[in-house]
Design a protein around this ligand. Structure first.
Ligand code: GLN
Length: 210
Protein backbone atom coordinates (compact mmCIF):
# COMPACT_ATOMS: atom_id res chain seq x y z
CA UNK A 1 0.00 0.00 0.00
CA UNK A 2 1.24 3.47 -0.87
CA UNK A 3 0.16 6.79 0.65
CA UNK A 4 0.98 10.20 -0.82
CA UNK A 5 0.94 13.52 0.99
CA UNK A 6 0.30 16.60 -1.13
CA UNK A 7 3.46 18.65 -0.56
CA UNK A 8 2.71 21.98 -2.24
CA UNK A 9 2.31 24.04 0.94
CA UNK A 10 1.33 23.54 4.59
CA UNK A 11 2.26 20.98 7.23
CA UNK A 12 2.80 17.95 5.02
CA UNK A 13 5.98 16.87 6.84
CA UNK A 14 4.09 16.22 10.07
CA UNK A 15 1.67 13.89 8.26
CA UNK A 16 4.56 12.04 6.62
CA UNK A 17 6.21 11.51 10.01
CA UNK A 18 3.07 10.02 11.56
CA UNK A 19 2.35 7.80 8.54
CA UNK A 20 5.94 6.51 8.40
CA UNK A 21 5.86 5.82 12.15
CA UNK A 22 2.81 3.65 11.45
CA UNK A 23 4.86 1.76 8.85
CA UNK A 24 3.11 3.17 5.77
CA UNK A 25 5.03 3.57 2.52
CA UNK A 26 4.66 7.35 2.20
CA UNK A 27 5.76 9.83 -0.48
CA UNK A 28 5.51 13.55 -1.20
CA UNK A 29 3.23 14.47 -4.10
CA UNK A 30 3.86 17.52 -6.28
CA UNK A 31 3.26 16.22 -9.82
CA UNK A 32 0.31 14.44 -11.48
CA UNK A 33 2.35 11.32 -12.29
CA UNK A 34 3.11 10.87 -8.58
CA UNK A 35 -0.59 10.10 -8.00
CA UNK A 36 -0.54 7.08 -10.24
CA UNK A 37 0.06 4.18 -7.87
CA UNK A 38 -1.33 5.72 -4.68
CA UNK A 39 -3.96 4.03 -2.51
CA UNK A 40 -4.45 7.19 -0.49
CA UNK A 41 -3.65 10.91 -0.61
CA UNK A 42 -3.49 13.31 2.34
CA UNK A 43 -4.17 17.00 1.70
CA UNK A 44 -2.64 18.84 4.65
CA UNK A 45 -3.53 22.02 6.48
CA UNK A 46 -2.08 25.26 5.27
CA UNK A 47 -3.73 28.02 3.28
CA UNK A 48 -6.50 26.78 1.03
CA UNK A 49 -6.16 29.71 -1.39
CA UNK A 50 -2.43 29.01 -1.82
CA UNK A 51 -2.86 25.26 -2.17
CA UNK A 52 -5.66 25.83 -4.70
CA UNK A 53 -3.46 28.16 -6.76
CA UNK A 54 -0.66 25.57 -6.78
CA UNK A 55 -3.06 22.71 -7.62
CA UNK A 56 -4.13 24.66 -10.69
CA UNK A 57 -0.59 25.65 -11.64
CA UNK A 58 0.69 22.07 -11.43
CA UNK A 59 -2.41 20.70 -13.21
CA UNK A 60 -3.33 18.41 -10.35
CA UNK A 61 -7.08 19.08 -10.02
CA UNK A 62 -8.40 16.72 -12.70
CA UNK A 63 -5.83 13.95 -12.03
CA UNK A 64 -6.76 13.93 -8.31
CA UNK A 65 -10.48 13.80 -9.20
CA UNK A 66 -9.81 10.96 -11.63
CA UNK A 67 -7.82 8.94 -9.08
CA UNK A 68 -10.60 9.50 -6.52
CA UNK A 69 -13.14 8.11 -8.98
CA UNK A 70 -10.86 5.08 -9.36
CA UNK A 71 -10.98 4.45 -5.60
CA UNK A 72 -7.99 6.35 -4.20
CA UNK A 73 -8.80 7.42 -0.63
CA UNK A 74 -8.36 11.12 0.19
CA UNK A 75 -8.12 12.77 3.60
CA UNK A 76 -8.24 16.55 3.87
CA UNK A 77 -7.24 18.26 7.12
CA UNK A 78 -8.25 21.87 7.72
CA UNK A 79 -7.31 23.66 4.45
CA UNK A 80 -7.52 20.20 2.86
CA UNK A 81 -11.12 19.92 4.08
CA UNK A 82 -11.94 23.23 2.36
CA UNK A 83 -10.46 21.92 -0.89
CA UNK A 84 -12.48 18.67 -0.68
CA UNK A 85 -15.84 20.39 -0.04
CA UNK A 86 -18.41 20.66 -2.82
CA UNK A 87 -19.67 23.86 -1.21
CA UNK A 88 -17.02 26.37 -0.12
CA UNK A 89 -18.60 29.75 -0.91
CA UNK A 90 -15.74 31.76 0.57
CA UNK A 91 -13.00 29.96 -1.37
CA UNK A 92 -12.80 32.20 -4.43
CA UNK A 93 -10.66 29.69 -6.33
CA UNK A 94 -11.01 26.23 -7.75
CA UNK A 95 -11.42 23.37 -5.28
CA UNK A 96 -11.62 19.62 -5.81
CA UNK A 97 -15.34 19.61 -4.84
CA UNK A 98 -15.43 15.88 -4.20
CA UNK A 99 -17.30 15.67 -0.89
CA UNK A 100 -20.95 16.37 -0.24
CA UNK A 101 -20.27 18.90 2.52
CA UNK A 102 -20.36 22.68 2.88
CA UNK A 103 -17.63 24.60 4.74
CA UNK A 104 -17.13 28.11 6.04
CA UNK A 105 -13.51 29.25 6.27
CA UNK A 106 -12.01 30.74 9.45
CA UNK A 107 -15.31 30.03 11.11
CA UNK A 108 -14.30 30.06 14.76
CA UNK A 109 -13.44 33.75 14.97
CA UNK A 110 -10.26 35.69 15.40
CA UNK A 111 -10.13 35.65 19.19
CA UNK A 112 -10.13 31.87 19.15
CA UNK A 113 -7.93 31.38 16.10
CA UNK A 114 -6.41 28.35 17.82
CA UNK A 115 -7.91 26.11 20.47
CA UNK A 116 -8.06 22.49 21.54
CA UNK A 117 -11.10 20.40 22.36
CA UNK A 118 -11.88 16.77 23.17
CA UNK A 119 -14.20 15.28 20.58
CA UNK A 120 -15.93 11.92 20.47
CA UNK A 121 -15.38 10.32 17.09
CA UNK A 122 -17.83 7.79 15.68
CA UNK A 123 -16.16 4.40 15.49
CA UNK A 124 -13.10 5.24 17.59
CA UNK A 125 -12.48 3.06 20.65
CA UNK A 126 -10.96 4.63 23.74
CA UNK A 127 -10.98 8.19 25.07
CA UNK A 128 -12.15 11.27 23.15
CA UNK A 129 -9.76 12.63 20.52
CA UNK A 130 -7.81 15.75 21.50
CA UNK A 131 -8.40 18.01 18.50
CA UNK A 132 -6.17 21.00 17.65
CA UNK A 133 -7.97 23.76 15.72
CA UNK A 134 -5.90 26.40 13.89
CA UNK A 135 -7.95 29.03 12.05
CA UNK A 136 -10.23 26.15 11.29
CA UNK A 137 -13.21 26.01 8.96
CA UNK A 138 -16.55 24.69 10.15
CA UNK A 139 -18.48 22.01 8.28
CA UNK A 140 -21.77 23.86 7.81
CA UNK A 141 -23.77 21.06 6.24
CA UNK A 142 -23.39 17.39 5.42
CA UNK A 143 -25.36 16.15 2.42
CA UNK A 144 -26.84 12.73 1.90
CA UNK A 145 -23.66 11.15 0.54
CA UNK A 146 -21.55 12.09 3.58
CA UNK A 147 -21.75 11.41 7.33
CA UNK A 148 -20.66 13.55 10.29
CA UNK A 149 -18.07 11.77 12.44
CA UNK A 150 -17.46 14.32 15.21
CA UNK A 151 -19.06 17.45 16.62
CA UNK A 152 -18.19 20.11 19.17
CA UNK A 153 -20.53 20.62 22.14
CA UNK A 154 -22.24 23.51 20.28
CA UNK A 155 -23.08 21.15 17.42
CA UNK A 156 -20.39 22.30 14.97
CA UNK A 157 -19.41 19.39 12.73
CA UNK A 158 -15.64 18.98 12.68
CA UNK A 159 -15.08 15.62 10.94
CA UNK A 160 -16.95 13.79 8.19
CA UNK A 161 -16.61 10.87 5.84
CA UNK A 162 -17.99 9.88 2.45
CA UNK A 163 -16.91 6.39 1.43
CA UNK A 164 -13.12 6.70 1.16
CA UNK A 165 -13.11 10.49 1.48
CA UNK A 166 -12.31 11.71 4.99
CA UNK A 167 -12.22 15.23 6.32
CA UNK A 168 -11.16 16.76 9.64
CA UNK A 169 -11.12 20.52 10.21
CA UNK A 170 -8.55 20.05 12.99
CA UNK A 171 -4.97 18.72 12.91
CA UNK A 172 -4.47 15.09 14.05
CA UNK A 173 -0.88 15.23 12.74
CA UNK A 174 0.00 17.64 15.57
CA UNK A 175 -0.87 15.28 18.43
CA UNK A 176 0.47 11.91 19.58
CA UNK A 177 -2.86 10.22 18.88
CA UNK A 178 -2.58 8.34 15.56
CA UNK A 179 -6.16 7.01 15.42
CA UNK A 180 -7.17 9.19 12.47
CA UNK A 181 -4.06 8.20 10.54
CA UNK A 182 -4.77 4.53 11.29
CA UNK A 183 -8.38 5.00 10.21
CA UNK A 184 -7.21 6.57 6.95
CA UNK A 185 -4.78 3.72 6.28
CA UNK A 186 -7.66 1.28 6.75
CA UNK A 187 -9.81 3.28 4.30
CA UNK A 188 -7.00 3.30 1.75
CA UNK A 189 -6.39 -0.43 2.16
CA UNK A 190 -10.07 -1.28 1.68
CA UNK A 191 -10.50 1.00 -1.29
CA UNK A 192 -8.08 -0.48 -3.79
CA UNK A 193 -9.72 -0.61 -7.18
CA UNK A 194 -13.21 0.27 -5.95
CA UNK A 195 -15.40 3.12 -7.25
CA UNK A 196 -16.81 6.02 -5.26
CA UNK A 197 -20.61 5.98 -5.45
CA UNK A 198 -22.39 9.33 -5.63
CA UNK A 199 -25.95 9.76 -4.48
CA UNK A 200 -26.67 13.35 -5.45
CA UNK A 201 -26.37 12.88 -9.19
CA UNK A 202 -25.38 10.31 -11.74
CA UNK A 203 -22.32 12.07 -13.07
CA UNK A 204 -19.15 12.59 -11.07
CA UNK A 205 -16.65 15.40 -11.28
CA UNK A 206 -14.81 13.89 -14.24
CA UNK A 207 -17.96 13.20 -16.19
CA UNK A 208 -18.17 9.46 -15.65
CA UNK A 209 -21.42 7.78 -14.81
CA UNK A 210 -21.51 6.83 -11.14
N1 GLN B 1 -7.59 29.24 7.51
C1 GLN B 1 -7.01 28.39 6.53
C2 GLN B 1 -7.76 28.45 5.21
O1 GLN B 1 -8.78 29.05 5.13
C3 GLN B 1 -6.93 26.97 7.01
C4 GLN B 1 -6.05 26.87 8.23
C5 GLN B 1 -5.37 25.53 8.41
O2 GLN B 1 -5.27 24.73 7.49
N2 GLN B 1 -4.87 25.33 9.59
O3 GLN B 1 -7.32 27.91 4.24
Amino acid sequence: MKIGVLALQGDFEEHITVLRNLGANTSEVRLPEQLQDLDGLVIPGGESTTISRLLVRWQLIDPIRRRASEGMAIWGTCAGAILLAERAPDLDREGLRLMDIGVERNSFGRQVDSFEADVDVTGFAGPPFRAVFIRAPRITDVGGAATALAQLPDGAIVAAQQDRLLTTVFHPELTDDARFHQHFLALAANGAGARLPRQADTTDAVGQTA
